[in-house]
Design a protein around this ligand. Structure first.
Ligand code: ADP
Ligand code: MG
Length: 235
C-alpha cells in the first residue's frame, strides 16, 4: 500500500530549522489496520499529513501504491489524494450549516456528480454508518459520536483504499470511542487500509500493529498490538 524510506521533514521557524521527522522508515501492507502512537509533538500529525499528500517532505521517499509522492503539482497531489485517501479528524471538520446528508455528499459535489445522484449515494453511506434517520440534521443537533460517523461516511464516499484518521476518538468518551473503533474495524475488514494516530492505548490495542514515534523517530520494533499478538510474525 505504502512505504516510507528515510523520510526527513524540517520546519523553518524564523531562522531556526526544526527537524520533526528523522529517517522515518516503515511500510504498510494492503488491508492492514495500524496505529501510530507517540507523545504530543513527536511528529504524528506531520507524518499523517505527508501520508495524506497534504504536506511535502525534505528527503527520502514516500511511495503510495506504485507512485513516488514527491514534488507533485497541486493538482496531481489532489488527484491522488481524492483517488486513494479518506481523512478523519479529531474535530470532525463538518460544515456546520449543512445537513449530515450534504456533508457526506460534499466530495461528490466536487466531482461534479448531480445533486440527485450524490444525495442518493450519500444516503447509502449514512445508512452504512448507522445514521439513516439523521440525514436532515445539522452537526449541532448531533452527538460527538454521530458527528464522527458522518465524517467517516464522508471519508468513505470517495471509495478510498486508505483511511487516515488523526485522533479520531480524541474528543469522544470511552464508550463512544469503542463504537467508533468498531466502525473503523469493520471498514478495515471490508478491505480498506486504516491508519489511526492516537495516544490512547485502548484505541491502539484495537489495531493489528503499532508504530511508535519519539522525537520524530520510529522507535522499537513494530509491535503487534496487545489484542493481536499473532500479527508480529506476519509483519
Ligand atoms: P504531534 O501530532 O505528534 O503532536 P506534530 O506533527 O503536530 O506532532 O508536531 C511535531 C513538531 O513540529 C512539534 O514540535 C510542532 O511544534 C512542530 N510543528 C508542527 N507543525 C508546524 C508548523 N507548521 N510550523 C512549525 N513547526 C511545526
Ligand atoms: Mg497531532
Amino acid at each position: 500500500m505504502l512505504r516510507l524510506t528515510k523520510v526527513n521533514k524540517y520546519y523553518q521557524v524564523g531562522t531556526h530549522s526544526l527537524h520533526v521527522l528523522r529517517d522515518v522508515d516503515f511500510e504498510v501492507a494492503d488491508g492492514e489496520f495500524v496505529a501510530i502512537m507517540g507523545a504530543s509533538g513527536s511528529g504524528k500529525s506531520t507524518l499523517l499529513n505527508i501520508l495524506g499528500i497534504l504536506d511535502d517532505y525534505d528527503s527520502g521517499e514516500y511511495r503510495l501504491g506504485d507512485t513516488v509522492i514527491k514534488n507533485l503539482s497541486e493538482s496531481k497531489g489532489a488527484a491522488y489524494r481524492n483517488k486513494f485517501i479518506g481523512f478523519v479528524f479529531q474535530s470532525f471538520n463538518l460544515l456546520p450549516f449543512k445537513t449530515a446528508l450534504e456533508n457526506v455528499a460534499l466530495p461528490l459535489y466536487y466531482q461534479g456528480v448531480t445533486r440527485r445522484k450524490r444525495n442518493q449515494i450519500a444516503g447509502q453511506y449514512l445508512e452504512r454508518v448507522g445514521l439513516r434517520d439523521w440525514a436532515d440534521h445539522t452537526p449541532s443537533e448531533m452527538s460527538g459520536g454521530q458527528k464522527q460517523r458522518v465524517a467517516i461516511a464522508r471519508a468513505l464516499i470517495g471509495k478510498p483504499r486508505l483511511i487516515l484518521a488523526d485522533e479520531p476518538t480524541g474528543a469522544l468518551d470511552s464508550e463512544t470511542s469503542k463504537q467508533i473503533m468498531d466502525l473503523l474495524s469493520e471498514i478495515n475488514r471490508s478491505g480498506i487500509t486504516v491508519l489511526v494516530v492516537t495516544h490512547d492505548p485502548e484505541v491502539a490495542a484495537r489495531t493489528q500493529r503499532t508504530i511508535r514515534l519519539r522525537d520524530g523517530k520510529v522507535v522499537g520494533a513494530h509491535e503487534a498490538s496487545a489484542s493481536n499478538p499473532g500479527m508480529a510474525a506476519a509483519t
